[in-house]
Design a protein around this ligand. Structure first.
Ligand SMILES: Cc1cc2nc3c(=O)[nH]c(=O)nc-3n(C[C@H](O)[C@H](O)[C@H](O)COP(=O)(O)O)c2cc1C
Length: 233
């Protein structure tokens, strides 16, 4: 079961940071997004961090060393905090047949299908992804940035992804809260991510009804020690 405050997808894309994040107090890590085969960053890849506005802006294009390397890295960890594995198909290739297998075969307690990356969106219908989720023997969450009807085969939604320009952090806060309220109203379980910069932000999400909370930009800005200094920022 996932609960508390964890690290969202995009910080530990390779699965090598789980121990250091656990040591600093993360309750869980969403590793990835992982693709079946390795893929490089896009040619124009950039990650901009702005401490003043507590914002990140990325156009990385979902680089991944590929599933096999990530699984080996996760197997080598020594901490036992829960791992979610975020998966998507390779860029320009909407082959979804490996998505379920990657989740089933890796040492994660649940999977996440991520069709909603602004830099590498999957052009697959939610219904087709739901069919994949239905074949997996673990809970599968859907990473999504808008209001949709969520098929029953998903455990719930992780919302929200970076905005269409790749912007995340503080500017996403209101959108993430609006989506959380919407899905709680629809009785869909939510892991809330987007603009969580402090302990108060995380508590607010749990109070609204989130099952758990994730942070990404705050860890890029302040490092894994953000967890041990929660509330200081
Ligand atoms: C550099 C960077 C890379 C990201 N990569 C991924 C990714 O691979 N898969 C994914 O689902 N989300 C990815 N995200 C989105 C985050 O998981 C999260 O949804 C978004 O950043 C909002 O959270 P935040 O405001 O705490 O950053 C990435 C975000 C950043 C900043």
């Amino acid at each position: 079961m996932i609960s508390g405050i964890g690290v969202g997808a995009g910080y530990d894309k390779t699965g090598i940071l789980v121990d250091i994040l656990a040591k600093n107090g993360a309750n869980f890590v969403e590793v990835g997004t992982v693709t079946p085969r390795p893929q490089d960053v896009k040619n124009d890849a950039r990650l901009e961090l702005d401490w003043k506005s507590r914002t990140s802006k990325n156009s990385l294009g979902m680089p991944s060393p590929g599933y096999e390397i990530v699984v080996k890295n996760i197997q080598n960890r020594s901490s036992n905090i829960p791992i979610l594995l975020s998966v998507a198909s390779n860029r320009n290739n909407n082959d979804i047949k490996f998505l379920g297998q990657m989740i089933d075969k890796s040492p994660c307690i649940a999977g996440v299908i991520n069709p909603s990356s602004p830099n590498a969106p999957m052009k697959i219908s939610i219904q087709d992804l739901s069919d994949v989720a239905g074949t997996v023997n673990k809970p599968v969450w859907l990473k999504i940035s808008e209001r949709i009807k969520v098929p029953q085969s998903f455990a719930g939604v992780i919302t929200t992804n970076s905005n269409p320009g790749g912007v995340a952090g503080e500017p996403l806060k209101q959108h993430a809260i609006d989506l959380l309220k919407y899905y709680v109203g629809e009785s869909v379980p939510v892991i809330s991510v987007g603009g969580v910069m402090s302990r108060d932000d995380a508590v607010e999400r749990i109070d609204i009804g989130a099952v758990a909370v994730e942070v990404v930009t705050a860890i890029y800005l302040y490092g894994p020690q953000w967890f041990s200094n929660l509330g200081e920022f």
